[in-house]
Design a protein around this ligand. Structure first.
Ligand SMILES: Nc1ncnc2c1ncn2[C@@H]1O[C@H](COP(=O)(O)OP(=O)(O)OP(=O)(O)O)[C@@H](O)[C@H]1O
Ligand SMILES: [Mg+2]
Length: 244
């Protein structure tokens, strides 16, 4: 579904991504793990068209034919089904939960279809139905994450880009979020999941990539990487400093 090849991104004076290549098959959950500053968010922002790449390609196989995400405007990228759920949530604090959700559907026009997605989102996240009319800023951190994911789902994503959905959440909430991620995958959404919580990410991932200082240094199935000595030492807190 997505083939990223030799992606290079420079931000300010920093060469952040260096020949990054990876691919995601339709229906798959791919995880990109790595430490702070490795370039994970930069990868997502580039795929969403919000950052310019210096070189490389990111070919999305869409029903309308192949689209190079590095050369398409953000609007067109969203319309082709690539939807980002950004780091730090970025919800509109003073707007209601319902208003935040409806913004996710801005590229869609079929009201009946939008209503159907909204019903699905409220089944997935009952708390959003309960809090429909309150200001989003009054939600807890975990609830705001659910709202951000719900809003992304309202765009009817084919490829969902999730940037650290578990960041800063209590263990129970982390489990709830990962449960939803697994259910989304089961419903057929292709997912690129970015996480520092490598243990949880590798557990749900079909395929995983380790990003270090802007380079992919390891790849394999989620299970392969979870069992790899290097990965266990560096990211799973096994045989070294606790990393999670
Ligand atoms: N606006 C910017 N200008 C210049 N450099 C930046 C900018 N934003 C990020 N960087 C640098 O790019 C590198 C990668 O940052 P990025 O946000 O992609 O990392 P990350 O893997 O998402 O980290 P984290 O886990 O902390 O979110 C870092 O060295 C960072 O300092
Ligand atoms: Mg980041």
């Amino acid at each position: 579904m997505l083939e990223v090849a030799k992606l290079n991104v420079v931000r300010g004076a920093t060469h952040v991504l260096k020949d990054v290549s990876f691919s995601i098959a339709a229906g798959e959950l791919a995880a990109l793990v790595g430490a702070n500053g490795a370039g994970k968010s930069t990868t997502l922002l580039t795929l969403s068209g919000l950052l310019k790449a210096r070189s490389g390609s990111a070919i999305l196989n869409s029903p309308d034919g192949p689209l190079d995400l590095l050369r398409a405007p953000p609007e067109k990228i969203v319309r082709s089904g690539v939807v980002q759920c950004p780091e730090g949530r970025q919800i509109f604090q003073s707007l209601s939960v319902a208003e935040n959700l409806s913004m996710g559907a801005y590229t869609r026009t079929d009201a009946a279809e939008i209503k159907r997605t909204l019903d699905q989102v409220e089944v997935l996240f009952p708390i959003l139905a309960e809090r429909r009319s309150v200001a989003a800023g009054t939600l807890s951190g975990g609830e705001q994450m659910m709202l951000a994911m719900g809003r992304a789902l309202l765009a009817a994503p084919k490829l969902l880009l999730l940037d650290e959905p578990s960041l800063g959440l209590a263990p129970k909430m982390v489990e709830a979020i990962f449960d939803v991620v697994a259910r989304l995958k089961a419903s057929g959404v292709t997912i690129l999941l970015i996480e520092q919580n490598a243990a949880m990410a590798l557990e749900v991932a079909d395929r995983a990539y380790v990003l270090e200082h802007g380079r992919i240094v390891k790849s394999g199935t989620g299970t392969d990487l979870a069992n790899s000595d290097d990965v266990r030492r560096a990211y799973l807190g096994v045989g070294g400093q606790e990393a999670i």
